[in-house]
Structures are given as C-alpha cells and as structure tokens.
Write a protein that binds this ligand. Structure first.
Ligand SMILES: Cc1cc2nc3c(=O)[nH]c(=O)nc-3n(C[C@H](O)[C@H](O)[C@H](O)COP(=O)(O)OP(=O)(O)OC[C@H]3O[C@@H](n4cnc5c(N)ncnc54)[C@H](O)[C@@H]3O)c2cc1C
Length: 256
C-alpha cells in the first residue's frame, strides 16, 4: 500500500494531464483496501477509483482521494471439457489478459484485443469492439463496498450491463472498488467475424484460429487508432447510435 498527498497523476492517465490529487492511495491486495477503508472511512469524502486512466480526463487538480487498486493475478478457478472460469484481478492490464487467454487457446475475448485499460474497468465500462461486448463472458464481478467495507459478489444480471454501460458507472457510481472479474471462456471458440473487415483481415493472417483473430484485430486497430503512448488520448468521446436489426443489416450490406 502506498498513500501520498498532493500526488502527481500525469503518468497515471493516457491523456497525461498535469493534475494533482489531494490524496492518493495505491493498493496491491484486497486486504490492503479493506484495512485502509476500515481505518479511514471516506464518510462522503470526494473520491475516484482509478484503473489504467485510459478513459479519464482530469481538467483540474482533484481535491479528493484517488483510490488505485493495482491487484494482480490470473487464475483458472474452474474448468471442464468445454469451458473455464478465469479469475483476473482488477489491476491486470486488459490486453495482457487477452494475450494470455489466446496463448492458452481460450476463446471469448480475442475480439477485444488491444483495448487499453484494466480488467476492473472492463466491467465498469462493459467494453466492446468488433462485434463483442465483455458482458457476454463475465461470470462474476467481485468488489469491495466503499461505505461499509464489505466484500460483495455480483452476477452479470445484477450488473445492469448495457451498451458501454453498467450499474458501476450508473446508479452505483463511486460505491464500489472492483477487485476481480471472473470470465467464462471457451476451449472451443466460436469466432465472431461479422463486423465489416474482420473476416478478410483474419484471412490475410492465415488459418482461422484465435491467434490470427487477435492479430487481425490488433492490426485493424493499429491502422485506425492513435497509440495513447505516442499521442495522449482517451478513446472515443461518443457512443455509436443504436440501430435496429434491419437498418444494421442494410448498413453492413452497403459497406461491403
Ligand atoms: C486509444 C483508445 C482506444 C479505445 N478503444 C476502446 C474500445 O474499442 N472499446 C471500448 O469499450 N473502450 C475503448 N477505449 C476506452 C477505454 O479503453 C475503456 O473504457 C477501458 O475500460 C478503460 O479502462 P481503464 O482501466 O483505463 O479505466 P479508467 O479510465 O481508469 O476508468 C474508467 C472508469 O472506470 C472506473 N474504474 C476503473 N477501475 C475501477 C475499479 N477497479 N473499480 C471500480 N471502478 C473502476 C473509473 O472510476 C472510471 O469511472 C479506448 C481508449 C483509448 C485511449
């Protein structure tokens, strides 16, 4: 655990804005979070949970406490012939988890390759790309309730997942620190290739397999999106408009 006052946030967000937090607390385990909150109840104090800082723009100094869970670890907690339940701690880098899953032959998140950020925030944001949203493979979200310092578990149904939305960024905003997410991955991946351009890009990589799908997605993203390490940015500032199935089909036909 590390607790600092007047802490520079610049290197903790992809925009790299020169902002300072009045207080900053970094945690490496669930026990550290529980211990800290038990000793220092926030009692309504302004606070912000920070992940990889790839979807946060500080426009000024932050006059509250930044809580930064950097918990690490990826474990298989259950497995049968078809599926595995993989528990990843919130501070793991999202794309490292995708790479790990692909390298092991576990399908379900390969289309979400190269999305910046942390595992914890993936559930907050219900990240999505190239025809897949992470809630399709989330089995459980583990969190600590900030007000009463209790460990809580959420089923996907309770999380209120929607398009780039969950209860964690809606009605429950600021109430929980997500500590781990359990994903249900598949040993017999079903590839999702209907997003325009994906199938052709995979074809250029070689046979249809997890690794080639990942490489295709990475290569599409690299031609389209600025690398936050080179140019400070925080991804999209807008949501795509919702289209009904018929309009979506027509749009896709027009793109071919
Ligand atoms: C170049 C670029 C491309 C991107 N492409 C995509 C894309 O294709 N699809 C997509 O969905 N997103 C995309 N994003 C947005 C971003 O990657 C996601 O929103 C990502 O989930 C943010 O993760 P983070 O760890 O950086 O979260 P942060 O920016 O640190 O935080 C985001 C929100 O989650 C909360 N939060 C973070 N961690 C926790 C936690 N452990 N517990 C509780 N709350 C928490 C924060 O308080 C904040 O409200 C892109 C961003 C960039 C810069």
């Amino acid at each position: 655990m590390e607790i600092k006052t007047n802490y520079a946030l610049k290197r903790l967000t992809t925009f790299q804005i020169n902002a300072f937090a009045a207080c900053y607390a970094r945690f490496d385990s669930e026990d550290e979070i529980l211990d800290f909150l038990n000793r220092n109840p926030l009692d309504g104090q302004r606070h912000l949970v920070l992940g990889g800082g790839s979807n946060i723009l500080f426009v000024d100094d932050f006059d509250g406490i930044v809580l930064h869970p950097l918990l690490k670890g990826i474990d298989v907690v259950e497995a049968d012939r078809q599926h595995l339940r993989v528990r990843a701690m919130a501070g793991e880098n999202w794309d490292d988890l995708v790479a790990f899953a692909v390298a092991n032959g576990w399908g379900g998140i390969e289309n979400l390759s190269l999305i910046p950020g942390s595992v914890g925030a993936s559930a907050v944001q219900n990240i999505g790309a190239y025809g897949v949203e992470v809630n399709a493979v989330i089995d459980r979200v583990e969190a600590i309730s900030i007000d009463d310092c209790k460990k809580v578990f959420f089923s996907p149904k309770n999380c209120g997942f929607g398009y780039r939305f969950s209860n964690f960024k809606g009605p429950w905003a600021g109430q929980f620190i997500i500590t781990a997410v359990v994903f249900k991955l598949s040993r017999q991946p079903e590839f999702v290739l209907d997003y325009p351009g994906v199938k052709a890009a995979v074809g250029k990589m070689g046979p249809m397999n997890l690794d080639n799908v990942r490489q295709a997605i990475v290569s599409i993203r690299q031609t389209k999106l600025p690398d936050p390490a080179m140019i400070g940015n925080a991804g999209s500032f807008f949501k795509n408009p919702g289209l009904d199935d018929r309009t979506l089909r027509l749009e896709r036909q027009a793109c071919r």
